[in-house]
Design a binder for this molecule. Structure first.
Ligand code: AMP
Length: 402
């Protein structure tokens, strides 16, 4: 199938060409005609499958007809990064249509967002909290919304946004088209979908696309040698950008320091970083200033960076679903990507869960020149250590006569 077989306005076909999309991805092939027909849809697809273009193109096609300057489509997403990415996809695909979109999210001053809203937009991409704030302050009305998109619904559930979503829906007219996208389909989402969608058509591309483009591997390692193993992998692997997942903010912070000490350009994304720091990290990673980014699951939700060649799970995720999300950050669309997971004997059960989910046994890799029997690196003990930083400082202060 090619895009020409999908009934879209000529301007959208041109934008698709300009974006360099040659053939529709499986979710686009299945879901786009259904979405264009106006049905509610449930798309089971993760980031990397091309799902954004499904709801963006269906939305743009519908909005080309009809009034301008008020909000007619609302796209709700869990994170600001995802909101920004969708916004830029909309800009790319709406080229030449004169439709306007605005991204609304917290963590930054609302003034600029309000100004943009006041100029009149047809498409709103929003995170739930800031959206509700601006609705309550009277800056946004959803009374004429015709299309609602709930993107990464399972992530929104994880992040506790379901009550907000229900509140948002109450501000909308009864009649509208809903497109719900989720990488996984837990019971709570199923229940919410049953309550809010009208005879939805379910389109499931599940895991088929990522497994084609992502090569998985397990690296068994004693827990105390994980950092050495990660450094060994980095040293011996040809990579573009590498996204490393660690379990906690604290571990992320410590790992970042060790990777930096080994000479890599590294940044991190975790809950303790300010919005400015997050933006700088994202921008630096996206542009290639940083080759490695260490992140926690929460911080990395919905990231879409084309150049990620490797996802490395320094810590195995807590669930098979989280694994699906993490590896969805590489092998974008039809590109090749690799997903490496460091595993300790404690991770056996989770490995089995993940393999069940992926549908095959993930190969195990042993590194030839790695000393698996090495002792744990000794923590540096500065007491009585003549060259401790404190002593060095004291000596240099003395030398300076301070
Ligand atoms: P998504 O799953 O929506 O996050 O999309 C993942 C990436 O695939 C984005 O960078 C898109 O620009 C890209 N993409 C979407 N559709 C296509 C297509 N038909 N051909 C090539 N790349 C695509």
């Amino acid at each position: 199938m090619d895009f020409q077989q999908i009934q879209l306005d000529q301007r959208l076909h041109e934008a698709i060409n300009r974006a360099g999309f040659e053939t529709p991805t499986p979710i686009q092939e299945k879901a786009l005609p259904v979405a264009l027909g106006g049905s509610d849809i449930i798309g089971i697809a993760q980031t990397g499958t091309g799902k954004t273009a499904v709801f963006v193109l269906a939305t743009l096609q519908k909005l080309l007809q009809g009034p301008r300057n008020h909000v007619r489509a609302l796209i709700v997403t869990p994170t600001r990064e995802l909101a920004q990415q969708i916004h830029s996809d909309i800009k790319m695909l709406s080229h030449g249509t004169k439709l306007h979109a605005a991204a609304i999210y917290g963590g930054v001053n609302a003034t600029q967002q309000i100004k943009t809203l006041q100029r009149g937009v047809e498409i709103l991409i929003a995170c739930p909290g800031r959206l509700l704030d601006l609705i309550n302050q009277g800056y946004i009305s959803l009374h004429e919304v015709e299309i609602l998109v709930l993107d990464e619904a399972d992530r929104m559930l994880d992040m506790g946004f379901m009550p907000d979503i229900k509140r948002i829906i109450k501000h909308m007219p009864q009649k509208h088209q809903t497109m719900l996208f989720s990488a996984t389909f837990p019971k709570e989402i199923e229940k919410m979908a049953a309550q809010t969608l009208q005879s939805p058509k379910r389109i499931d591309v599940g895991f088929s696309n990522p497994t084609k483009t992502v090569e998985h591997a397990l690296y068994p390692v004693p827990a105390h040698l994980k950092t050495e193993m990660l450094l060994e992998i980095l040293k011996n692997t040809e990579t573009d950008s590498v996204l490393v997942f660690s379990r906690t903010k604290r571990r992320t912070y410590r790992l970042e320091k060790k990777i930096r000490a080994a000479g890599y350009k590294v940044t991190s994304l975790h809950g303790d970083r300010s919005q400015n720091q997050r933006d700088a990290a994202m921008q630096g990673f996206r542009s290639g200033i940083y080759q490695v980014m260490i992140a926690t699951d929460v911080a990395a939700r919905g990231l879409d960076i084309d150049s990620i060649s490797h996802v490395i799970n320094y810590d195995i995720p807590d669930t098979a679903d989280a694994y699906v999300h993490r590896i969805g950050r590489t092998g974008r669309a039809e590109r090749e990507g690799q997903a490496f997971t460091l595993v300790t004997p404690d991770d056996d059960k989770m490995v089995r869960d993940i393999e069940k989910r992926v549908g095959y046994k993930i190969p195990t890799v042993r590194l030839e020149n790695f000393n698996y029997k090495a002792e744990a690196p000794q923590p540096i003990n500065y007491t009585n250590n003549i060259s401790s930083p404190k002593n060095r400082q004291r000596r240099s202060n003395k030398a300076r006569g301070w």
